[in-house]
Design a protein around this ligand. Sequence first.
Ligand code: SF4
Ligand code: SF4
Length: 178
Amino acid sequence: MRFKPKPFREPVSFRCLYCPDCCRGRHIYLTLNDIERISGAGHDPQDFVTFSVEGDKIRFVLAVREWDLGCVFHDPETGKCRVHYANPIICRIYPFMVSRKPLGVDGEMPFEYMGQRLWLYYDESCPGINAEEPETTITPEEIAELGLRFEREFERTDMAGFAELLDTMMGEAFSEEK
Ligand code: SF4
Ligand code: SF4
């Protein structure tokens, strides 16, 4: 699904409808905290982390299934996420988006949060926004907070940190076996 940005300035009601294509064909960056949290939920990084070379940086990206490009944690039967309580911060932000620059969409305005100037959007093609019988209300503040958290974590995510994380995990697994 392509993100159709619509300015997000007021709280919206939301209920996820588990659309079958939502978790397919996406390029989802992982932070070290994401990798640590998902591993802590019992998943081996070898099964869900892939690498993408971007300029002089290596990025960590959530793995997808070959047959339908669905995320490895997506349940194709129910459309639900198998790591819902540990899922990556990017997945927690979607169907919203946080940008440091305006995207050129009608009605957009900067949103000031914690001294930062941000532009917030939601995906107009997501039917869960303003759906009937909503489960929750999402505010611009909580999305801005997640966006800044992603930015901080992403900046600290690199190969050295990944190697250190794997070392720690292997050390823990070894001491559990003893
Ligand atoms: S498109 Fe929206 S409602 Fe559908 S699964 Fe994704 S987040 Fe949920
Ligand atoms: S981790 Fe969960 S929410 Fe994120 S893309 Fe995969 S299935 Fe979807």
